[in-house]
Write a protein that binds this ligand. Structure first.
Ligand code: 89Y
Length: 341
């Protein structure tokens, strides 16, 4: 069996889970880690029996490019473009965490860079791989609720998100890049591409720099009106982090994805209830269960593509459409205008 070798660039909070996700697949192996502070890279390397650690990306790539199949970029968003360019110029396939980059132009350039270098470029966009979202899509495709005319996709939480990821506090653009990149991607996955968008934002938490509330109204090309709401300022009776709750209405009924992966399908005949729990893994943090579980499915989808088995869902090219919505949402909120695509 061929073993696909990779390097991880960035060994912060998320990388441990990303690596645990890779460990669930039996034909991949990390061989080198980069982190700007070497201590963190060393600690993770010891855990995963990785022999090479660097605090210089070029040194890692120069030393190991010949044996690597891909790099997995898990650094903060500002280094994504630079590291993508460095890996692509050495002929390496690139996997990069969401959001792809802070601007539309940079995202476009990243896709172009990889295309010209003739390497594969993927975004690790995992929310669409969550078990309840997959199940919801399956039910929708089955046609039980008929022709869809409206939807609500909601990620509204009061989870202390800055405790584990303090850098999010300093982002000038926060929730639409951090969560919008996920929930707008889910909306595309479920309902196709958007024709227009209108957005309101607000900052409720005075201790952060960016917006922590955003309401985005999308008109999809197929006519569906899709309201995407996100908030980290929500004080709810039942905290839902990190679940996306969804209601879809069609001319024959309604499907609701509710707390704890409960799915209710209502037609004129009544309501049927089912569940779609994420597959549990021992390394998952229970507070992030549905997200951590989906890392494995997202990685598998990308690896299948690297192996030439099938096309990945979350290629850089596909994710450009999600980035287009993220940037359009900021522009719409800033200028108070509807953006037509
Ligand atoms: O960074 C975010 C993500 O991708 O999923 C949840 C999160 O960790 C905090 O918003």
């Amino acid at each position: 069996m061929r073993i696909y070798k990779f390097a991880v660039l960035g060994t912060g909070f998320w990388s441990g889970y990303q690596l645990a996700g890779w460990n669930e697949l039996n034909n991949v192996k990390p061989i080198a880690f980069y982190n700007r502070s070497l201590d963190k890279a060393k600690a993770l390397a010891a855990k995963h029996e990785v022999g090479f650690v660097y605090d210089n990306v070029d040194a890692l790539l120069d030393q190991h490019a010949a044996e690597l199949d891909f790099v997995d970029i898990v650094t903060d968003v500002n280094t994504h473009a630079l590291f993508t360019e460095k890996a692509a110029s050495r002929g390496l396939n690139v996997i990069c965490q969401k959001p792809m980059s802070p601007s539309w132009e940079t995202s476009l350039a990243m896709v172009e860079t990889c295309k010209s270098a003739n390497v594969q470029f993927y975004i690790h966009e995992n929310f669409r791989f969550q078990a309840p979202i997959r199940k919801l899509k399956e039910i929708l495709d089955y046609g039980v609720i008929g022709k869809i005319f409206k939807a609500n996709v909601a990620f509204c939480s009061g989870f202390p998100v800055f405790d584990n990821q303090p850098f999010l506090k300093d982002l000038e653009e926060f929730i639409i890049t951090d969560i919008g990149s996920h929930v707008l991607d889910i909306s595309r996955y479920l309902f196709g591409e958007a024709a227009s968008l209108y957005c309101h934002t607000a900052r409720i938490n005075p201790a952060i720099r960016g917006e922590d509330v955003a309401n985005v109204l999308l008109r999809m090309k197929n006519g569906v009106s899709c309201f995407v709401e996100m908030s980290y300022a929500t004080i709810a009776e039942q905290e839902s982090f990190p679940q996306t709750l969804i209601t879809v209405e069609g001319d024959k009924g309604m499907i609701q994805l509710l707390h704890n992966y409960v799915i209710k399908i209502t037609t004129r005949k009544g309501t049927v209830i089912t569940t779609a729990d994420p597959k549990p893994y021992p390394w998952m943090d229970p507070a992030y269960a549905v997200v951590h579980s989906s890392i494995v499915d997202c990685n598998r989808n990308i690896l299948d593509s690297i192996m030439g088995k099938k096309t990945a869902e979350t290629t850089g090219k596909d994710n450009l459409e999600t980035m287009r919505l993220v940037q359009a949402a900021y522009q719409s909120a800033r200028e108070n205008i509807v953006i037509n695509f």
